[in-house]
Design a protein around this ligand. Structure first.
Ligand SMILES: [Fe+2]
Length: 338
């Protein structure tokens, strides 16, 4: 089934699009997308998104293979992210009106076919030349199961298993692009993982609103302007220096200089989409929350029914790998058309 989405080009009024660039500048510096806290007894030795990382290292962005070694692959995908707003907490002043943008809410209503739209989060991503983003689906949410409580890969498994749909809270995501970077197209599989990969250019002041929890998507490589991609470790930051200049630094040590026009800048707006206020209330009340034991037992039962697991439940790391391998079906390389 083709996923419904809305491509908006242009997206905002010109002045408002410029404001989005100023937000990044005023924010001052961006850290890398570091892993969130680990979760005891649930494959805590694994990266939060090992589902996407392992697939990317093996298959590359389009399933055709990855020519990079693991080290380079992780540099490529270790992009920069900061949160502009989280619920009522505004971290980038000036983003308030965007959070509650009436046109965005209306588009989310249309795309999700749900009436009650509750904006949840805005974050900004910066990719330097040579970086790209592995194909993945975003971290979904369920009543009683979110990224503060469970590993991200487990939430992804829950969605792809289809076993927890009655607890799911669909999230609409609007990804918008600002600036002049070349390359870095948004690539996605609107017809499902077996369908064709499509791309939308990350054109200044354009956007897509889509269910990124269901639809596999990624970012094509941003045009590389330096001969070698610098080593990008978790603790490094990208600093705005003024006058359209950004600098990658390790502490105080400069590593690479970039012009604004080389940096891919996107903003993601995410909103919960409830079918009714009663459903929103049910979520807020916490009276119908999933528990981790129920989740793991149900997944284990499905693995046994489907002949994937016999004997005792394996150790957490092996169990995690089994669940991702069985339930999360990544897009495979398309055969070249004749
Ligand atoms: Fe995503």
């Amino acid at each position: 089934m083709t996923a419904f989405y809305n491509h908006m080009d242009p997206f905002l009024a010109d002045d408002d699009a410029q404001t989005m660039l100023r937000l990044a500048e005023n924010f001052g510096s961006f850290g890398t997308y570091a892993d969130e806290a680990s979760n005891d007894g649930l494959g805590e030795k694994l990266p939060q998104r090992f589902d996407a990382a392992f697939n990317y290292i093996q298959n590359g962005i389009d399933g055709a293979g990855n020519e990079d070694d693991i080290e380079t692959a992780s540099q490529r995908t270790n992009y920069f992210r900061e949160t502009y707003a989280y619920g009522d907490e505004i971290k980038a002043s000036g983003v308030e009106s965007f959070m509650n943008h009436p046109a965005l809410k209306e588009t989310a209503r249309k795309v999700s076919h749900r009436d009650v739209i509750v904006p949840a989060i805005i974050y900004a991503n910066l990719l330097v030349p040579g970086q790209e983003l592995a194909v993945h689906t975003d971290v979904p949410e369920f009543r009683g199961a979110n990224r503060k409580l469970l590993p991200q890969w487990l939430l992804v498994v829950m969605l792809h298993s289809g076993l927890f749909d009655e607890w799911r809270i669909p999230i609409a995501t609007c990804v918008s692009w600002f600036g002049e970077a070349k390359g870095g197209a948004f690539t996605f599989y609107p017809d499902g993982p077996k369908g064709a990969r499509q791309s939308i250019p990350a054109q200044h002041n354009s956007a897509i609103l889509i269910d990124t929890d269901e639809v596999f998507h990624g970012v094509e490589r941003v045009n590389q302007t330096l001969p070698d991609l610098p080593q990008i470790d978790k603790h490094m930051r990208l600093h705005f220096l003024g006058d359209k200049k950004w600098q990658l630094r390790d502490g105080d040590k400069p590593l690479a200089d970039y012009d604004w026009s080389e940096i891919r800048y996107s903003i993601s707006w995410k909103a919960y989409c409830f079918a009714s206020q009663a459903e929103e209330q049910l979520w807020r009340s916490g009276s119908d929350n999933l528990t981790v034991d129920f989740i793991l037992d149900r997944l284990e039962a499905a693995l046994r029914e489907q002949g994937v697991l016999t004997g005792p439940r394996p150790d957490p790391t092996a169990f995690a790998g089994m669940m991702v391998g069985h339930f999360v079906k990544f897009p495979q390389a398309q055969m070249a058309a004749e």
